[in-house]
Each structure stands twice: as C-alpha cells, then as structure tokens.
Write a protein that binds this ligand. Structure first.
Ligand SMILES: NC(=O)c1ccc[n+]([C@@H]2O[C@H](COP(=O)([O-])OP(=O)(O)OC[C@H]3O[C@@H](n4cnc5c(N)ncnc54)[C@H](O)[C@@H]3O)[C@@H](O)[C@H]2O)c1
Ligand SMILES: [Zn+2]
Length: 687
C-alpha cells in the first residue's frame, strides 16, 4: 500500500465518522462522543486535507456547516448564510497570537504598523439562532441547520423571555439578529433534578439531559411548544444576518463593536464580558482572564471568540468555504472527556444518602484531573447502564460534582455485570431503604453510621433537641476528626483531659461544655426522640409518639401497625420509625445513652379510642342520606382512616352517595369496595 492510499483511506474513514457524529449531534441532539473527541477527528481531517488538497471534496465535513433539518419543522432558507468559526488548535492563552499573526499577514501589515483592533467575546455553548424582525416585530426564528437552510422554531423561541418580541422605533425595517440560545447551569441542574424525580416516580418516557447545550437544543427543537416553554432558556446576541442597508435608511455601522452596542440599545442581551482588544497582547490577556472566571460563570462556554472589529478590515479578509477569515474560536480544556470506569462504589453522605460513584482512570476535564464521577442514584446508573470497564463520557463544569453523562456503547467490555445498589450501608452495614417515590436509598443506621456521625451529633446537640450548650459545628468537627467521639454516648464519656487536648480549647470552655453535657441529661421523652434524628420524625411527631406510647420501650418495640395508631403517623413515617429501631446498632446507642445518665419522666400510654381503620384510605363521593361530607370525614378520621380526594390503587374503600361521579367509576374499574352510608357505619363500628 502506498502512503497516499493509506492517507486516502484515513480521510475517508474520518469523513464517515464525522458525518455519523455530526448527525447524532446536530440532527438527533444525541451525541455519542464528547466534543473534544469530535474536534480531534475534525482537526485531523482538516490537516490531512490541507496537506493533500487533491483529496478535498465539496461534501467533506470540513466544508459544510452543521447538520440537516429535522422532519416536522418548516425549512427556512437563510438570506445570509450562517457560518462556522475556525478553531485555533493551540489551547494555551498564547495561541491567540497565531490568529493575530495570520490576520496581520493577510492584511499585509508590517510589524511597525499599529495593533489590529479586535472584539473579544465568550463562546457560549448553546445553539445558534437567527431572529428575523420586520418593522420591529419578531416574525421568524430559525436554527442554523446546514448554514443555508435551517428550521423554523419561531414558536419555541417566542417563549424565551430574553428575546424581544418588539423593537423600539429606531430599529431598521429589516433586522436579523444572531445569537446563542443556551441554558444556564443552575437551570440545567434543576431541570435534570426534576427529570430524575419524574423517573423515580415511574414516568417511563422521561430522560435526563447530558449537558446544558444538549438540553437547550432539545428544547428549541421540540415539536411541542408547550413542552419547550417549560424549559428555562436564555439568549445572548453576538451578530446579525440581513439588515436594511444604510442607503435604504438602515443603520450605518462601521464596526462589530458599534453594532453590538446598538443591538443592546434595542433590547438584545449582549454579554457584559464582550470587550474591545488592541492586538495580540489583549487577546492573550482576555483568554487568560476568562479562563480563570470560567468555573464561576453561570453558563457553559467552550472558549472565547476573537473578531476583527472594523468592517473595512473584515471585508479585506473575507471568507474561506465555511468560515470567515476575520474570526477565530479559541477553546479551553474540554468539559467533557472520555475515560474508563475502574470500579463503581457507593458513598454515603452526611445525611445517610447512598450515591453510586464511578471510580475513573484519571482524566483531565474542565481544567482539573478527575477520578470520581457521580452516577446520582440507582435509576440513573441503570438507565445509563454504566458498568465496570466501560468507556464513558465524564462531564465537569463549574463547581458541579463531575458526573458520568453516558456510556460509549460500542466499547462495552463483554460480561461486565449490571450495577446493583447494595441493600446494606457500605459504611455501617445497616439496612438501606428506598422509600416510595424517592430516588435515593438511605442508610437507616443514623446513630451509628460513620458517614453520618457529624450530622447525628449536631442534630442531637441542637437547642430544640438535647440542647447541649457549647457544642456547635466547629467543636463537633474537632471531636470527630480527633477520633474522641464516634457515637452519641461518647459525648457523655468526655473528660477534661480529652477536651483540653484539643486545639484551641481552653480550660474554661472545656468546663463549660462538660457542664452543658451534664445539664442536657435531664430531658423529656419528646426531646430525646427528636434528638435521635429518625427520618420523618420532627418535633411534632416526637411529641405525638411520646403522648401515645407514654414510654420509650413501647416505642422501641412497636410494630408498624401499632405505630399507625398514632394520630398523624402514616405508613411512610411508621415504616421509617420501625426500621430505625430495628437496627441493632441504633438500639445499642439508645441503651448506652440511658446508661450514661440521660433520663426523663415517663408517662402512661394515652387511652385511645379504638382505631379500627388505622392505615386505611377512604374516598368520599356523592351525597350521603344523613351524614354531611364533613361529618363523615370526622368519623373516619377519628377511627384512624385517611380521607383522600381521589381514587387510586391504594384506596381501601370508596363511600358513594347520590350523584356519585367519576370517582365511583374509577373505583369499579380498579375493583375497590364501594360502600353506602350503612356500609360506612358498619365499618366504623368495626364490623
Ligand atoms: N460531540 C459530537 O459528536 C459533535 C458532533 C458535531 C459537532 N460537535 C461540536 O460542535 C462544535 C462545532 O460546531 P459548530 O460549527 O456548531 O460551531 P463552531 O465551533 O464552528 O462555532 C460556531 C458557533 O459558535 C457559536 N457561538 C457561541 N458564541 C459565539 C460568539 N460570541 N460569536 C459567534 N459565534 C458564537 C454559534 O452557535 C456558532 O454557530 C464543536 O464544539 C464540536 O465539538 C460535536
Ligand atoms: Zn450507614
């Protein structure tokens, strides 16, 4: 094989790959590889074509912009093509000099001539939109498409608050404004959190988005404008297309910067970071400064853009195929990279939440080396189907914890097992439970679990709990970090010697803390119960439990059924209390606290009317012959039932009177027992 046949083969392979990935990215909004990977392939092809011009073809990805138009949208032919921007490959700040050198050379400027003036802008990571205004009214919004023909997405763009629908009087008769539709990082995180909740609640057709750009593109190219409107989108203007010419009464601009300022005066958001720059030094400084700010920006950028400011100079520089010679994109380290998963571990948070975390082969993402990435929860880990050995895309943007966004499917290692969430806490071995409708598993060993130590101590010491004077966050950190306190009872074993050995702890504060601990021992049952930090047991529930059972032992041994008899305690709360006290380690801690001197006055169990309907849910519909709706409700609640407003699989009974409507139909459909007023009375009587 000759070298040139090899090169030709490589060129063809690259084109095929790039076509495939461009289609996934631009048309389907479902990229399979990170941008950095795409850019690498793209630049390899570009370099080969530059070295072997005979291999260039007009349909090469290097000659064409973006992707095709999605079915379902009307096509829009752009009056002025929407181009791409060349990327400077040297990502060091000094790479900016390459652009200035090229510009000066092409303009034939001698070294002695003054610096070229540029505009330096952020390169927003969203998607380009052309907004067309006629006589001051937004008439059309279109995506870039292949640069010549885009998609009409006017309905979806109208919903973006930052896009003006009307312009002031001094705007020209025809004005096309170009800019980027993007999603802020916080909006993106919130959207994905909502999506995860929906998935946890069993909504099958929902998905999470891989990054803000992808979420924005999906929202803009959403065929249902109602769904699109629920997606929080933002907009920045950075250019224009067709504009009424000056000789026909249009604006008479001479520079890019001047035009941007005017767009701003007409109500378009132009980034405050857009700056005039004199020569290469300013560009280098801009790249550096923005690079330092990047993590703190509220939105993703993948680089900065430099544009020659003066229109006269721009004209002299002109265009090559798909990009202007007067502009360049200068990138930063990519926020998404490929790496492999070495293990999947489960971490336990301060509050007991279990999070699956992928341990990665170290990879440089968004400017730092990353070795851990979150998989969020069981559903997400399964939906993405991440397995040990997989090649994955990792994303790290801003201060957000790095996450695995997707698996590269054709790199799956055979026989890698699917991930399963452990049913026990990996730190303390207590049961891990996932409550209905929740996305997360939680460790139930709150009093003993090493991961939850600090949280448990802080909660215990709170004023509304055991009220331990002088035990705040700093001291808890110190005590735990020094290994002096592991579980709650250790607090009552502290002596002066342990305390004064701590840094910055004087005799006096140590004495005060010991006194505070001593005082806290005399407490009340509700306070004590609350201080244990049982999930769903707030102060009110603690009080109800104490009143109902009278003493602690009855609570420790109560089954779910008995717990359900406590007013206001529903199935989720009952289950949580029961599971908590079923953990041997938690019970041990409670015993040790009592043995350590924590005490209260116990009462007698409350005498309770019988509650034959505890744990049942009843729906009322229609008019009953003698009981009013409120009376029926009171009777049911007094008997321990919950009265709900709608019928579901969980409904125990439906009580139907005259003119019962759809609730009755629903009950029949689901096979739920239907009672009349007599039936209701029999039920209340326990029969
Ligand atoms: N992951 C994949 O599979 C895949 C596939 C195709 C393309 N891509 C990515 O798409 C990008 C390249 O495609 P492109 O041609 O759309 O973009 P580009 O890099 O050529 O840049 C042009 C685009 O930059 C945007 N932009 C943001 N701020 C701007 C500003 N201040 N001034 C002017 N333009 C600004 C506009 O949307 C414009 O269309 C790359 O980042 C590439 O990695 C990824
Ligand atoms: Zn645990």
């Amino acid at each position: 094989m000759t070298a040139s046949a090899q090169v030709q083969e490589r060129v063809e392979a690259l084109r095929e790959l790039l076509h495939h990935h461009a289609h996934r990215y631009y048309v389907l909004d479902e990229p399979e590889i990170p941008d950095a990977e795409y850019d690498r392939l793209f630049q390899e092809l570009q370099a080969l074509e530059e070295r072997h011009p005979e291999l260039a073809t007009p349909d090469s990805p290097t000659r064409r912009v973006g992707g095709a138009v999605l079915d379902g949208f009307a096509k829009v032919r752009h009056r002025v093509p929407m181009l791409s921007i060349r990327t400077e490959t040297d990502i060091e700040a000094s790479g900016a000099r390459n652009f200035d050198t090229r510009v000066r050379r092409e303009l034939g400027l001698a070294a002695s001539e003054p610096p070229v003036q540029y505009v330096a802008e952020l390169k927003f990571d969203g998607l380009a939109i052309n907004l067309r205004y006629e006589n001051g009214v937004l008439v059309q919004a279109a995506t870039r498409g292949d640069g010549e023909i885009g998609e009409d997405v006017t309905q979806n763009i109208r919903g973006i608050g930052q896009v003006p629908l009307r312009l002031p009087r001094d705007a020209p008769a025809v004005l096309e404004v170009r800019g980027e539709v993007y999603m802020r990082r916080d909006d993106f995180e919130r959207l994905n959190e909502q999506q995860r909740q929906k998935i946890a609640a069993g909504q099958k057709n929902e998905k999470t988005y891989v990054n803000p750009r992808n979420a924005a593109a999906g929202a803009v190219r959403q065929l249902d404008p109602a769904i699109s409107r629920q997606r929080p989108l933002s907009f920045f203007a950075y250019g224009w297309g067709e504009v009424t010419p000056a000789e026909q009464g249009g604006p008479d601009f001479h520079s890019h910067y001047e035009a941007l300022l005017t767009l701003r005066s007409w109500g378009f958001p132009v980034s405050a970071r857009t700056t005039l720059a004199q020569g290469a030094d300013d560009l280098v400084a801009f790249h550096q400064a923005v690079g330092e700010e990047r993590d703190r920006l509220p939105f993703d950028i993948d680089g900065v853009v430099y544009k020659v400011n003066g229109f006269a100079l721009q004209k002299r520089l002109g265009f090559v195929t798909r990009e202007p010679r007067w502009a360049v994109a200068h990138k930063y380290p990519a926020q998404e990279q490929l790496t492999t998963v070495e293990a999947i571990e489960v971490q336990v948070g301060r509050t007991g939440k279990l999070t699956p975390v992928a341990k990665l082969a170290p990879v440089f993402v968004g400017g730092v080396t990353v070795t851990n990435a979150t998989l969020h929860n069981e559903d997400e880990a399964r939906r993405k189907d991440v397995r040990v050995g997989d090649t994955v895309i990792v994303r790290r943007a801003g201060d957000v914890i790095p996450e695995v966004v997707s698996v590269v499917p054709d790199k799956r290692v055979q026989d890698a097992p699917q991930f399963t969430m452990p049913r026990r806490c990996p730190v303390c071995g207590s049961e891990a439970v996932r409550e209905e409708g929740e996305a997360d598993y939680r460790c139930t060993g709150g009093l003993f679990c090493g991961a939850q130590r600090k949280q448990a101590l802080l909660h215990f010491a709170q004023r509304r709990a055991m009220d331990i004077e002088g035990l705040g966050e700093k001291l808890v950190d110190q005590l735990v970090d020094a290994g002096v306190v592991k579980t709650l009872p250790d607090l009552y074993r502290l002596g002066l010697a342990n305390l004064v050995a701590l840094e910055r702890m004087g005799d006096k504060s140590a004495q005060n803390l010991l006194a505070g601990l001593e005082q806290s021992k005399a407490t009340s049952l509700p306070r004590f119960l609350y201080s244990l930090g049982v999930r769903h047991v707030g102060e009110a529930t603690a009080r109800d439990l104490a009143r109902h059972f009278g003493g602690l032992d009855a609570i420790l041994d109560a089954g779910v059924e008995q717990l359900l008899e406590v007013p206001d305690v529903g199935p989720v709360v009952a289950e949580s209390i029961h599971t908590f006290f079923a953990q041997p380690h938690n019970r041990e801690v409670v015993e040790q606290l009592r043995a350590g001197g924590v005490h209260w006055e116990e009462g007698a169990p409350a005498v309770q009317a019988p509650r034959p309907l505890a744990g049942q849910t009843v729906v009322l519909t229609g008019t009953l012959p003698t009981l009013s709706r409120d009376e029926a409700k009171d009777l049911l609640e007094a008997a321990g039932a919950k009265v709900a407003g709608s019928v579901s699989k969980k409904t125990s009974y439906v009580v139907a009177g005259a003119e019962a409507g759809s609730k009755l139909d629903k009950a029949r459909e689901l096979g739920i027992p239907v009672l009349d007023e007599d039936g209701l009375r029999a039920l209340l009587a326990g029969g």
